[in-house]
Design a protein around this ligand. Sequence first.
Ligand code: FAD
Ligand code: 2HG
Ligand code: ZN
Length: 471
Amino acid sequence: MQNLIEAFTNILDKQYVLDSEEDKAPFLTDWRKRFSGKALAVLLPKTTQEVAQIVQVCASNQLAIVPQGGHTGFCGGATPDNSGKQIIINFKRMNQIRAIDVENQTITLEAGCILQTIQEQAAAQGFLFPLSLGAEGSCMIGGNLATNAGGTNVLRYGNTRDLCLGLEVVTATGEIWNGLKGLRKDNTGYDLRDLFIGSEGTLGIITSAVMKLYPLPISQWTTLVACDSVASSIALLNLFQKRATSLLTGFEMMTQESLSLNEKHFPQMANPLQSNPPYTILIELSDHESEEHVRQLLETVLEEAFEAGIISDAVIASNLSQANGFWQMREHITLAQAAEGANLKHDITIPLSSLESFIAQTDRLMRESYPGVRIINFGHLGDGNLHYNIAPPLGVDPQTFNSSYEKPIHELVYSQVERCQGSISAEHGIGQLKLQELRAHKGSVAHNLMKALKMALDPQNILNPHKVLSI
Ligand code: FAD
Ligand code: 2HG
Ligand code: ZN
């Protein structure tokens, strides 16, 4: 072991090879405090060449590597196992913006760039970097790419995958693949970039990426709307898609129960809609035309929705700070759930045409089978992506509840997802949390193809083993 630490200190300055228990501790537990592990060392490289050299040492010694960004992932992908034999490569020192190409409308980033910093730097040059999620103050672009993160702008700009034009990757043998061309068309055989995106560090280590930029919108209007049912929420979405088309940049759903939990832990986050409806919808329109143009469009569509009986109440943010308050309310649900205690997350996608049936049936079965459970259902309705989370009945200890009911509750939800031809992971990935579910729901042909890819790219199984696939 000492030899290995020495080998790493030949690559990195000693201060960037963390091997004391105290120094390693902050890197060993995930954001939800659900997964904890041990590591031989935590390495903090500064350059792609250093990453490649580290991987070469690991490959020669069959040492497993866990790549780590902001460690905000929900599936334990960036947490090592308990063997104490894995090494973590954390990317916080690889945080340079290598280039902003104004004509090509691209930004070239190192894996450790914090998402919020990227948004701010892009805005300073008049560009929008549209990836946006609650963890943006700490998650890193390498982690976003490795999980193919979604967030709140997907319905207009797509997932992280859709925003990426090129990658630089260190392979399992420690070679560097430079795929950093910022091209919008490139049909030169297999798409290696798309293979690494969403692979959660199991096929290669992302060190840099070329990402798309967009013109910064000059006007934005945000509204909260009351809907009485899932059907009317979807009718409202369809109406906005038809009338506002590409101006529709956000369409988020929050149930009454989700917002009550929010208010319990963050009283300042009370729903501005006095009617406290079953479904509160947050809608954002953005454009490059005048404020008046967008505001008028928003009012016209809301009026039409009132007249059609789709909505019963609405409040339009009168300024940026109020609009931010609406978004804060939406993003605090995760924090309210964390404050309440451990919960069972289901990050799922359902085709919009089956969403009403999914919610009706799953709610009914859940309440019948587990009386008193709290269904904290919210999410990116515009993408058909629900966070159908389950909290224990009031007064019941979450750990005790979860240890008894986690498996059957997951089975209940995922069997309904299967019935509706949805996905058991919309945007958070698989990590070590959903290994069994992936095997059960991906289909054996797809699962075997995934295994074949893993064996071909990482035959020694040193890249994040036992994540995504149980090998
Ligand atoms: P980590 O958690 O460090 O790693 C995630 C995975 O990527 C691991 O498997 C890790 O091994 C791998 N990895 C990390 N860096 C690299 C690299 N350079 N090369 C190869 N593999 C790598 N997610 C969403 O999709 N949408 C949301 O709306 C959303 N909201 C969130 C809100 C909150 C409050 C929190 C805490 C999390 C949220 N997440 C959301 C989940 C999480 O933020 C995302 O999954 C994010 O993309 C993870 O980035 P990270 O840098 O923290 O990655
Ligand atoms: C969000 O959309 C995140 O806010 C977190 O994806 C979801 O807490 C969750 O389950
Ligand atoms: Zn989400």
